[in-house]
Design a protein around this ligand. Structure first.
Ligand code: C2O
Ligand code: CU
Length: 461
């Protein structure tokens, strides 16, 4: 009975937006994972998935599923070229895996059910691979990820490049949202209405590193580097900085861009990362708000208000910053494609089951796999015939996106790209190594569970 009344209350809160604002608090520091290996080129850690109490609202604990007891889980820091070893233990009441989102791992380390038996309750598994690319990645389960990520299972892997440019004081900021009931407890993510299943569940609290209403103190003159991850299961963050101040984008999923880009707004879809610089100028006492405008995503057409994600509070002090390099690195264009594929993203209403999402007319797990081979250079076109956005994610490889505005291939490496409702989008990918069974899916995780998922088989050369 309790879950039913909590469910109803959560819905009511979500619907009318009635809520008391929690007091502002400093942006929580992520807990650092402890490296247990003395070898400087090996980062080895123990990681346990377990149920724990967390406080999304101060003084009002909620049960969550966590890595090592916190949401977000620990921040894993390593350098490019390091070997990462994670001895993973499952103390949850359900099977689970670790998927290394965006990391170019060997296929048997990818954490999908296609490549690994899920780790049963009480079981363990050792993940081990070399970190080939600097960038910001994240890890999360790949078993019922719609529920498990929503319960709190996610953490960040930051792969640094000691030879990279110094770009300012850096903070990792994980964005999420949660649907909390009147007691501050998470509304059961296993119970979605057909409507919620269709649009993906959005919460009634927006979180930065697990905290609503967080702020970060900054000093005039400094340059702050925000390394953002969108770990929400459905919400896209359409980010703007107060007063029309620009956001300087220097990196995305797979590390730095070729050159900085000055943006008025930045869309961060589920699964994506962004590396953003903010040049702070102003007087102590000023506050700038990084907020998320309601992004329609093809539904609830924008009657909500912008949500504050993080406030930058200017405090006494004098920061400094070096001139921003005009070139951050070189990104070679991908080889011309030898294969073209088209993926039609569709939706239909199941008789009993509610919404079903499709790729080329079939719903996963019945979508025939993409069959390709090592060495193939491909161009993929997505045709979104639905009235919802779909942030499509490819495992194991980075891709480059056709930039319609510039009429050129974007000089950036991505693993997740938003395909807007009704739109077409093209990308290029080179399956240059690492044969195995990979996958692509929508990162609105209920959409993936409801069919928008496909295996990608890369045969050896
Ligand atoms: Cu971040 Cu297959 O997912
Ligand atoms: Cu989708």
């Amino acid at each position: 009975m309790r879950s039913i009344s909590a469910w109803g209350l959560g819905l009511a809160l979500a619907a009318c937006g009635a809520r008391d604002e929690p007091p502002p608090r400093p942006l929580p520091e992520l807990v650092r994972a402890v490296d247990l290996d003395p070898d400087p080129r090996v980062v080895a850690l123990e990681l346990t998935a377990r149920v724990a109490q967390v406080e999304w609202l101060p003084g009002r604990p909620s049960e969550a599923w966590t890595y090592d007891g916190t949401v977000p889980g620990p921040l894993v820091d390593a350098a490019v070229g390091d070997t990462l070893v994670v001895r993973f233990h499952n103390a949850l009441p359900a099977p689970t895996t670790l998927h290394w989102h965006g990391v170019r791992v060997p296929a048997d380390m990818d954490g999908t059910e296609a490549m690994q038996h899920p780790v049963p309750p009480g079981g363990s598994f050792e993940y081990r691979f070399v970190l080939k690319d600097a960038g910001l990645y994240w890890f999360h389960p790949h078993v019922r990820s719609d529920e498990q990520v929503e319960r709190g299972l996610y953490g960040v892997l930051r792969v640094g490049d000691p030879a990279g440019p110094a770009l300012g004081r850096e903070r990792v900021v994980v964005l999420d949202d949660v649907l909390l009931d009147g007691d501050g407890a998470l509304v059961d993510p296993a119970r979605l209405s057909h409507m919620e299943a269709r649009t993906g569940r959005e919460g009634n609290r927006v979180l930065a590193n697990g905290a609503p209403n967080a702020f970060l103190e900054v000093t005039p003159g400094e340059r702050v580097r925000l390394r953002l991850v969108n770990a929400a299961v459905a919400r896209s963050f359409q980010l703007t900085l107060g007063g029309g101040r620009p956001l300087v984008l220097v990196g995305v999923d797979g590390g730095l861009l070729e050159a900085p880009r000055v943006l008025e707004r930045l869309l961060l879809a589920p699964g994506q990362r962004a590396d953003v610089l903010v040049d702070v100028d102003g007087a102590p006492g000023d506050a700038w708000t990084l907020s998320a405008e309601p992004s329609a995503r093809g539904h609830h057409a924008g009657d909500d208000e912008a949500e504050a994600v993080l406030r930058l509070r200017l405090v006494e002090g004098q920061g400094t910053r070096a001139p921003l390099p005009g070139r951050l690195r070189t990104i070679a264009p991908l080889p011309a494609p030898d294969t073209l594929r088209r993926f039609v993203l569709g939706e239909r209403m199941g008789m009993m089951s509610g919404p079903v999402f499709t790729l080329n007319g079939e719903a996963g797990p019945d979508v025939p796999p993409v069959a390709t081979r090592v060495g193939a250079a491909e161009e993929w076109e997505y045709v979104n015939e639905t009235t919802l956005d779909h942030p499509m994610h490819l495992h194991g490889y980075f891709f480059q996106v056709w930039d319609a505005a510039e009429a050129t291939w974007e000089r950036a490496w991505r693993d997740t790209v938003n395909v807007p409702a009704g739109a077409r989008l093209r990308l290029r990918v080179h399956f240059d190594e690492r044969p195995g069974r990979w996958m692509q899916h929508c990162h609105i995780l209920t959409h993936a569970e409801l069919g928008m998922v496909q295996a990608v088989d890369v045969a050896p050369e």
